[in-house]
Design a protein around this ligand. Structure first.
Ligand code: ADP
Length: 345
């Protein structure tokens, strides 16, 4: 904690915000963000038009600690995390409570470059951990099975087919992880959407299930989607559904149906995917849209996954101007709800 000196200087806050290289935010008495400069947008990935007017407690995990900073003239360090897909990594803010005059009080927050550096370091180490786990496991399996095939020329045709099938499955897993990593690295790009067309939800579902080689016997797909369309890039929208069907199947026992429902209510198209699988324990729910976040389960649960699926889904949904929510409980299945504007802005 460090002290700041308060002198008789009266500089308009707007001027300070416009000139500063540091990310600066001003949070008003009701916890709403009142000012948000460009470096703050760059550092946090949250644009000014989204931040201004938002309740800081809803926008960031840890936002409640900003408005708890006392009026003691001291700078307090506050750690902010992602909330609803805002902010990819944890960053540190320095917060001072200000009493501008008798009526106006609020909290001045700064996000410094060295904090961005730390956030990048954290992201790098998360990438290394995820890559080393998620890519090394299938590579080791492929190598082991290829070696076994080479060293056993007398293996029967059935044994050879079994080994080759494992190699094929693990190669697919590897390819999916690489695709996820590449897509996750470009979801923030402004030019992500290559096309903007109206596509029937049924077509998107068909494309998603085909790309997954989905086993509809193990998981019958029940749809009430006829006649509903979504506006956007069909390849990316297919990717959204592909990730959600993949999760729904991965975390449901065979025989459990997956339900998808689509409805258009004038300005918004709602798409809901529901499974009746293992569900997500409550304490993990606020984090599942974070990059690389995985719910560790016991060894009997299905393995695999880079923790990028829901991060990608949330980012692609936002890129279409949409929003995402998840409801789940351990043992009670999961419902992912997507809402897309009927016309892209
Ligand atoms: P991954 O790409 O590894 O599947 P996700 O980002 O898609 O990761 O999901 C994050 C975590 O949330 C997963 O580790 C998984 O445990 C949990 N999860 C996601 N979807 C479901 C679901 N439908 N049912 C149960 N758990 C889920």
């Amino acid at each position: 904690m460090s002290s700041i000196a308060a002198g008789p200087l009266a500089v308009p806050l707007d001027a300070v915000f416009a000139l500063a290289d540091e990310g600066l935010a001003y949070v008003g008495a009701t916890a709403e963000i009142v000012a948000w400069n460009e470096p703050a947008a760059n550092l946090t990935g949250v644009a000014a038009d989204v931040a201004i007017g938002s309740d800081v407690r809803r926008l960031f995990r840890g936002g409640d600690r900003i408005v708890a900073v006392p009026f003691d003239g001291c700078a307090h360090a506050v750690r902010l995390g992602p909330q609803n897909g805002a902010l990819d990594v944890t960053i540190r803010a320095s917060v001072v409570a200000l009493n501008l005059d008798a009526q106006t009080h609020g909290w001045l927050c700064s996000f410094g470059p060295e904090r961005r550096h730390r956030a990048i370091e954290q992201l790098k180490s998360e990438i290394v951990t995820a890559v080393s786990h998620e890519l090394k496991t299938p590579i080791a399996t492929i190598k082991a099975f290829a070696e076994t095939l080479l060293e056993n020329p007398a293996a029967t045709q059935d044994e050879r087919t079994d080994y080759l099938r494992v190699i094929e499955e693990q190669t697919d897993r590897l390819a999916r992880s690489v695709d996820d990593l590449l897509l996750a690295s470009r979801v923030d790009s402004e030019h992500l959407l290559r096309r903007r067309v109206e596509t029937p939800v049924d077509d998107l579902i068909d494309a998603a299930l085909a790309s997954l080689h989905f086993d509809a016997v193990a998981h019958p797909v029940e749809r009430t989607t006829a006649g509903v369309t979504v506006s956007g890039d069909p390849d990316l929208l297919t990717e959204v559904l592909r990730q959600l069907f993949d999760n729904a199947a991965k975390f449901s026992p065979p025989g459990c149906p997956i339900t998808i429902d689509a409805q258009s209510s004038g300005r918004t198209t709602h798409v809901t995917i529901r499974d009746r699988g293992v569900g997500i324990p409550e304490e993990h729910l606020p984090h599942v849209f974070e990059r690389f976040y995985r719910v560790e389960r016991d060894l009997t649960a299905p393995a695999g996954g880079s923790g990028l699926g829901l991060f990608i889904v949330a980012a692609l949904t936002r890129a279409h101007g949409g929003s995402i929510g998840i409801q789940s409980a351990a043992g009670g299945g999961s419902i992912v709800s997507l809402a897309f504007p009927t016309r892209l802005r």
